[in-house]
Write a protein that binds this ligand. Structure first.
Ligand code: GSH
Length: 215
């Protein structure tokens, strides 16, 4: 059981973890680390997440191959991979296939979000309230380019890694869910819009998003 040590606040990286925990039927407790109040810099949290970022988890009962003692993990992709590989509950879907050809596709799109979409959308959000046209234009163009790449992919496949829903979809979904450009009826990114609707209809996703709102 993941116990009493999921550090969280309502940021998009953290919502990924909510969704994965619900999809995978993993019991968990949430702990608030308020980055607005610099709580990510406390010595206690830095032991878990030395890069002073949320999300992070502590599993009090990792599988035997991890040896004795609890296991802490920071970086959302590493958390998603661990949960899907080692903590999948009864009846939960396989979100991280073992088949190497399928797994490499999941990794591609997972890292695409972590290294591309996430940071670029983060910069765009940051600069949207600043009066620096160069930065706004740069990040806006890059986010549009990334949306275009994703939209093309989702025109060819139902999910980012192929035919099946995986942790790669979870990683991008929480970032795109509330994007106004994608919500618009006449969005040029219709394949992304349809993919968001498909994922939003999943019971575990509904539960996770409601839970995140309630906190
Ligand atoms: N690559 C990291 C990014 C995490 C991240 O950027 N977290 C932000 C909130 S969304 C944070 O904790 N910021 C606090 C800080 O930078 O001090 C991941 O995917 O987990």
């Amino acid at each position: 059981m993941i116990d009493k040590n999921i550090y969280r606040i309502h940021y998009l990286h953290c919502k990924k973890i909510y969704v994965a925990l619900e999809e995978l039927n993993i019991p968990y407790d949430l702990h608030l680390v308020n980055i607005g109040k610099d709580e990510q810099f406390t010595p206690e949290f830095l032991k878990i997440s030395p890069n002073n970022k949320i999300p992070a988890i502590v599993d009090q009962n990792p599988p035997p191959e991890f040896g004795e003692g609890h296991l802490s993990i920071f970086e959302s992709a590493a958390i998603l991979q661990y949960l899907a590989d080692y903590k999948k509950g009864k009846g939960a879907p396989d979100l991280y296939p073992k088949n190497p050809r399928e797994r490499v596709k999941v990794n591609e799109w997972l890292y695409w979000q972590i290294a591309g979409l996430g940071p670029m959308m983060g910069q765009l959000n940051h600069f949207s309230s600043k009066n620096i046209d160069y930065a706004k234009e740069r990040y806006s163009k890059e986010v549009d380019r990334l949306f275009g790449v994703m939209n093309k992919r989702l025109g060819e496949y139902e999910y980012l890694a192929g035919d099946n829903y995986t942790i790669a979809d979870i990683a991008s979904y929480t970032w795109l869910l509330n994007d106004n450009k994608l919500k618009a009826t006449d969005t040029p990114y219709q394949n992304i819009k349809a993919w968001i609707e498909r994922i939003s209809a999943r019971p575990a996703v509904k539960k996770a998003i409601e839970a995140a709102k309630a906190k």
